[in-house]
Design a protein around this ligand. Structure first.
Ligand SMILES: Cc1cc2nc3c(=O)[nH]c(=O)nc-3n(C[C@H](O)[C@H](O)[C@H](O)COP(=O)(O)OP(=O)(O)OC[C@H]3O[C@@H](n4cnc5c(N)ncnc54)[C@H](O)[C@@H]3O)c2cc1C
Length: 498
């Protein structure tokens, strides 16, 4: 029986290293599909910047696929309905897609698609997209599996497809997008697979030379971090491409043998470790989808929920808390759609401990602000930085210490808070000492109970890393000989992985 293939694109908007495309290339006839889902447009995490970035990627992909003879259809609606309608004009026998670790609505949608495929007799083949393992029973051996997947050869996608012509291609639904309030996006980075590779290349060719040193300050991180997260979240780069590109660069640098090359290799090794973190955190949501909505450690239920102060929340969202480092970071994020890791953690720590806000609403606000919103990383990090995982130390960032360490001359603050230092800038909305003392009392009041301790052991078993995330001590000692990397051990220690 001839095989007729439909490739369903989601957050994997590239051609290279794309297993579903390669599978469809062997079919007797093929078509590609992107569905603009109302469930996405109406979800509380969705923002105009996501829609605009997606639109750009889909249209760029459509052009690139057309050059290979594969039409990319754009449809609007819930996926099972779209599939039923499409099947009337193209009787596909196989549906090819990547696995997705998405928010609850995508999980429900995938179950509905699975049901639809079984009913219609369509074979649905899902390929892994990164290091996340589906139906994982035990975290032991996870890091080894990640390594194997990342080291495996990239999928080669043929130059030509037996694409079906004459189908209605469909257009991006700009009117519908506008109806949902997503018409005007803030400025976006360059879009598409080519731009994503250029970003990776510029990082490996120079921007990453001082990565470990640059990543913590919002002043240096803007250039010194890779800025690949949005491309990874939309799939215009695969994690394997980033991993292999980085490893190849490290090898090349080492073979040069100069002090500069060795130093850069050391910095890129720190970056390479973070790529594993990406999948490590996503694995938590994959293994326990409910953590998008409820505490990872149930012992912490009820601690903050009823105390939610909407006025404090509004001040935090707008960058008007009276804590300049917090406000500058929030305003910068709201304007640009990106912030470095440490400052993201500080924003959440401030919401969770200083303002005593439950993580869900702050998490939704940040999800809309982060162009790179990746649910598995996001919700795991929100909980980790809010102290509700049961297994992580409570990381209470002091905004003034962060300011001292990472913006000592107030450059970043003045850039984002023009009224700083005048009477127009608000007074602190909470007293830091009191807030932190109370937060500690409440949190340790739970953590030290027998129930919380028992639960922590179970959480560690299910989600905890089997590796510390720290570089081996030998490497650490050797690396500290570089004069420009004095603080790397503490960088890893206080941002640690678990
Ligand atoms: C509360 C909170 C929410 C976050 N939400 C997201 C999110 O929605 N999407 C997202 O991609 N990252 C998220 N992060 C992680 C991290 O802040 C971003 O990945 C990073 O800032 C993106 O910039 P970059 O690509 O230049 O990172 P780089 O420093 O260049 O790192 C390279 C890549 O490694 C991965 N990575 C780096 N740090 C982490 C980390 N701590 N945890 C997991 N993966 C990491 C990312 O894929 C990143 O693109 C969050 C962090 C916090 C504290």
């Amino acid at each position: 029986m001839p095989q007729q293939a439909l490739v369903w694109f989601k957050r994997d908007l590239r051609i290279a290293d794309h297993a579903p495309l390669a599978l469809a290339a062997g079919a007797d006839a093929a078509v590609a599909l992107f569905v603009v889902e109302p469930e996405w447009l109406t979800s509380p995490e969705c923002d105009a910047q996501h829609v605009a970035f997606m639109r750009g990627h889909v249209l760029a992909l459509r052009a690139a696929l057309a050059a290979r003879g594969l039409p990319l259809l754009i449809r609007v609606g819930s996926v099972p309905t779209v599939l039923s309608e499409l099947r009337r004009v193209f009787d596909f026998t196989h549906l090819y897609s990547h696995e997705e670790t998405g928010p609850g609505w995508t999980y429900a949608r995938d179950r509905a698609v699975g049901k639809w495929c079984r009913r219609e007799g369509v074979v649905w083949h899902e390929s892994p997209q990164n290091g996340v393992v589906r139906r994982l029973n035990d975290r032991s051996g996870w890091a080894r599996r990640w390594q194997q997947r990342m080291d495996a050869r990239q999928v080669v996608v043929p130059e030509q497809f037996r694409g079906i012509s004459g189908l209605d291609l469909g257009t991006w639904p700009d009117d519908l997008v506008a109806q949902h309030g997503h018409a005007d996006s803030r400025p976006l980075p360059a879009i598409g697979e080519v731009a994503a590779h250029a970003c990776l290349q510029s990082f490996l060719d120079g921007r990453g030379a001082r990565y470990r040193r640059d990543l913590s300050s919002p002043l240096t991180a803007e250039q010194g971090c890779s800025r690949l997260s949005a491309y990874l979240a939309f799939g215009s780069l695969s994690m394997r491409q980033v991993h292999q590109g980085t490893e190849a660069k490290i090898t090349a640098l080492k073979s040069l043998g100069t002090a500069d090359a060795r130093s850069m290799a050391y910095h890129l090794r720190g970056f390479a470790g973070r790529l594993r973190w990406h999948c490590h955190f996503m694995q938590k949501l994959e293994s326990e989808p409910e953590i998008e909505f409820r505490n990872i450690a149930r012992s912490y239920d009820g601690l903050r929920e009823d105390a939610f102060d909407w006025q404090r929340f509004e001040a935090w969202k707008r960058g008007c808390t009276g804590y300049p480092m917090v406000d500058a970071c929030m305003r910068s994020l709201n304007a640009t759609g990106w912030l470095n890791f440490r400052m993201r953690a500080m924003l959440v720590s401030f919401a969770a401990y200083h303002l005593w806000l439950h993580w869900r609403e702050p998490g939704l606000h940040l999800a809309r602000q982060f162009l790179d919103f990746e649910p598995g990383i996001h919700w795991s990090q929100m909980q980790m930085q809010s102290g509700t995982t049961g297994i992580n130390t409570f990381r209470m960032y002091s905004p003034s210490k962060q300011q001292l360490d990472h913006d000592p001359h107030g450059e970043f603050i003045r850039r984002w808070i023009p009224e700083y230092g005048t009477s127009a800038y608000p007074k602190p909305i909470v007293d830091e000492k009191t807030a932190i003392r109370e937060a500690k009392n409440w949190l340790y009041g739970v953590r030290l109970t027998a129930g919380a301790k028992a639960e922590a052991a179970a959480v560690q078993k299910k989600h905890g890393s089997r590796k510390s995330g720290l570089p081996p001590s030998g490497k650490r000692r050797r690396a500290t000989r570089h004069s420009d990397v004095p603080r790397q051990a503490s960088l890893f220690a206080d941002e640690g992985l678990s």
